[in-house]
Design a protein around this ligand. Structure first.
Ligand code: SAM
Length: 190
């Protein structure tokens, strides 16, 4: 049982693009209540449930509390935009790198469209900043965004840092009409 229906979006995207595989290390940004982390733990074999496959690892971060999940390490009540939080993520990866960063983060809706959009852009910048610190060369980034003028700007930023950037819209999110995900593959590490 998943903690939230959003799990089906990640399952659907991964079904097609297969970036979550056994042995992969994942950072899940905006992880509460933890459904994406549940999917990730299972796909990367983070609990070692499959003894024949390599064992991965999941680090989840959220402003809110996230209930414990075997196979995952959570930073609750933590803001991804804080450099100190990013440093703690690095430490949880034991100085190693992540293969995948996923972000399902959204700002609390203020009702003012421009303001919400601005905050979402800031969150995405924070995710890119985290990528510079922890994402391995060749790594993958999946980031929620809202379709609109700004999405091209973010796409362009991603295109500078990744070889392959595409927009994905899972069927499971069709009701949230403007929600899209940017999937960026093959990180150029510099
Ligand atoms: N993917 C999650 C799941 O499947 O359980 C659902 C994520 S929910 C749509 C978005 C989350 O982003 C919220 O829990 C919110 O607290 C978090 N968030 C927003 N801004 C954040 C920030 N600056 N740092 C960390 N988390 C943030």
């Amino acid at each position: 049982n998943y903690r939230c229906r959003s799990a089906f979006k990640l399952l659907e995207i991964n079904e097609k693009h297969k970036f979550l595989r056994p042995g992969v290390k994942v950072v899940d940004c905006g992880a509460a209540p933890g459904a994406w982390s549940q999917v990730a733990v299972h796909q990367v074999n983070a609990t070692g449930a499959n003894p024949e496959a390599p064992v991965g690892f999941v680090v989840g971060v959220d402003l809110l509390h996230i209930s414990p999940l075997p196979g995952a390490a959570f930073l609750s009540r933590s803001d991804i935009l804080e450099p100190d939080v990013q440093a703690r993520i690095q430490r949880l990866l034991l100085g190693g790198e992540a293969h995948v960063i996923v972000s399902d983060m959204a700002p609390n809706a203020s009702g003012i469209r421009e303001l919400d959009q601005e905050r979402l852009v800031e969150l995405c910048r924070g995710v890119l900043c985290l990528a510079e610190k922890v994402l391995c060369a060749g790594g993958t980034l999946l980031c929620k965004f809202w379709d609109g003028a700004e999405s091209n700007l973010l796409r362009n930023r991603l295109t500078e840092a990744f070889r392959d950037v595409k927009t994905v819209k899972p069927l499971a999110s069709r009701k949230e009409s403007s929600e899209i995900y940017l999937l960026a593959k093959h990180y150029y590490k510099h």
